[in-house]
Design a protein. Sequence first.
Length: 478
Amino acid sequence: MLSTAVSSVPWHEAVSIVGVIVLIPLVIFYLFPLDVWYHTFASWKKAFDDEKPNDINEYIHNSQELFKQGLSKVSNLPDDLTPWCDNGIKTILAPKFANEIAKSPILNFTKIIETEFHANVKGFSPFGELAKREDIFVDAVRIKLTQALEETSISLRNRWTDNEEWHDLSLKQSILEIVAQLSSRVFLGEKICRNPDWLRITVDYTVNAFQAGNKLRLWPELTRPVVAYFLSSTRKVQHQLREAERIIKPVSKGRPYDPAALQLTFSWVAIHTTSDMVTQAIYDLCERQELVEELRKEAISVVSSEGWKKSAMYKLQLMDSFLKESQRMKPISNVSMRRIVGKDFELSDGTNIPKGVQLMVSADWHWNSDFYENPLVFDPYRFLKMKQIPGRESHAHLVSPSPEHMGFGYGNHACPGRFFAVNEIKILLCHLLLKYDLKPAEGSVPTVLRYGVAMNSDPQAKISIRRRHEEIVLEEIS
Ligand code: HEM
């Protein structure tokens, strides 16, 4: 009967029926992005969360305490150090293993970034560029620091203005825009670095991609390339990548790499990290007017005698110490050295680490009294003093990573952009200190924003600034 009924339907009608059956759900899913459906099933997902060994919320809101408990236990890898994170199970190693991890060729950094940030999914290709193009980052920044100098005064003047009355400013957003502009000048030249659409994308893409990435992680790995077509957040990221291509392609013809993806990679490895560090340093400065005076004196003396040479950057020793202290107290993350294990291996204490494990090393020594006197007290002179201690002087420079200071990572994959970042930050601080008075805005108390292992400088807090008359005109110095 059934076969007679089916065979009586003409083939073209059968094709149309099947087409409609397939198309309707696709259209519905497209119109009502999966995030909406996802929330509908949130309670169902909760049931799965409850199965996990630790409460993911504990990891998200209190990872530092969670790891501290684990590190204080005798057993090698207690549950607290192999927690369920928002993106699967991770293994957190004590800082005493940093040296063993540092040089190991079987531990891969770029692979973990590709895995965590869905480099295979449409819209996320910038997260797959790191391995291919690290040499380009390093070459580009070696050549063009002087251009960053010129762009600093232009972008600072536009955003911080010449207003001599005290006025409030949302610090992080403004620093992001300034750093994006001067970094884009270095990488892309004068025209694009002042293109408002480009500046918007270069700042927003990373934030949006991180948010979309978090949502995507809630779906099984195999489904993500398809799910990405339906989530509103991932569609936004895909749209921004296309917009970036439209702006970048005309000015970068004939390059052997994907220029838009590369620039957006640069945005997340360089712009957000640098802005985060500068923002925190300025919050720290606002609370310490005496230090502002000392740093100003140093900047005037060094820049007027040395000009903007590399040697001047080196001689800004108090600034170097202050920045390193600011980064010690608040690095960008409470772990460092993210690696994926390529082959089974054994730590010196006999702990077996199987292939495929995702490792991170705790940055707990940043706040450890075995390495720092009064580790919870902010001492801008700390690393200046450390330079006088035989055996420790090499650890005291801002660009020198160590297991007790991993703000730029440590080992084979320690940040290759740190030399550029440090010079860029010092130039920017010289301009800020000489041209502006700074103080905390009334009622605004900056708080570190923690999410999982991330420690971000407050994105909302305001500071108060006013233009001052600088003692030396920085633009006239070469
Ligand atoms: C204050 C600014 C910056 C901070 C705090 C920072 C921090 C870091 C950290 C923590 C790592 C991981 C290191 C590890 O796992 O051992 C890293 C890697 C990296 N950073 Fe930076 N970074 C900054 C600026 C920059 C800049 C300006 C560039 C490029 C010009 C850059 C390019 C890179 C690259 C390419 C890697 C990957 C290294 C590899 O795969 O071996 N970073 N950075």
